[in-house]
Design a protein around this ligand. Structure first.
Ligand code: AMP
Length: 175
């Protein structure tokens, strides 16, 4: 496996997207490169190793790309945390703060069983609001959250502080 530098070099910074002042971390060059995409999935899988995880939970939408591939590689179930209004069955909802206003994520009530060991996966940790809401939904169903894993962590936003006491991993860290 190559160093994370090759992955980091493939992340494209897009200035002022989706609005002025934001530097958007575009991961599509990693997705489009077979060896780099595979290495990313391998690194996520390594984080789950030995943890007796039974489900991989992904956050809408870029989290799905990684979480589903990890679940398939490990032979585990995949669970989607979706934006409001997309899940058809009985759902639990959790609101969280955005820069302006709020958003809502949802989880099917039967997505995980009490005591089931899960790993939560998303593409990027910024302020941590989205992941916190997903964790609260999982905790509400009684899931045992083994860890939370991101491809990218924007460390300067201190998002990991909002995810305590859970174990947080990131493959690429930006200080
Ligand atoms: P947050 O809730 O602040 O941690 O934001 C995390 C979510 O917003 C992730 O699902 C990311 O996909 C997206 N996001 C936030 N900031 C960025 C950024 N600078 N570049 C790319 N995606 C971002």
């Amino acid at each position: 496996m190559s160093s994370p530098d090759a992955l980091k070099a493939a992340v494209r910074d897009v200035v002022d997207f989706p609005k002025p002042g934001i530097v958007f971390k575009d991961i599509t060059p990693i997705l489009a490169n077979g060896p780099l995409f595979r290495e990313t999935i391998t690194r996520f899988c390594d984080l789950a190793e030995g943890q007796n995880v039974s489900k991989i939970v992904g956050i809408d939408a870029r989290g799905f790309i990684f979480a589903a591939a990890v679940a398939d590689r490990l032979g585990l179930g995949f669970v989607p945390v979706r934006k409001k209004g997309k899940l058809p069955w009985k759902t639990r909802s959790q609101a969280y703060a955005l820069e302006y206003g709020e958003s809502i994520v949802e989880l099917h009530e039967d997505a995980v069983a009490p005591g089931e060991r899960v790993m939560l996966v998303d593409d990027l940790l910024a302020t941590g609001g989205t992941a916190r809401a997903a964790l609260d939904l999982l905790s509400g169903l009684g899931a045992e959250i083994v860890s939370v894993a991101f491809l990218i962590e924007l460390g300067f936003l201190n998002g990991r502080e909002h995810l305590a006491p859970h174990t947080v991993h990131s493959i690429l860290h930006y200080a």
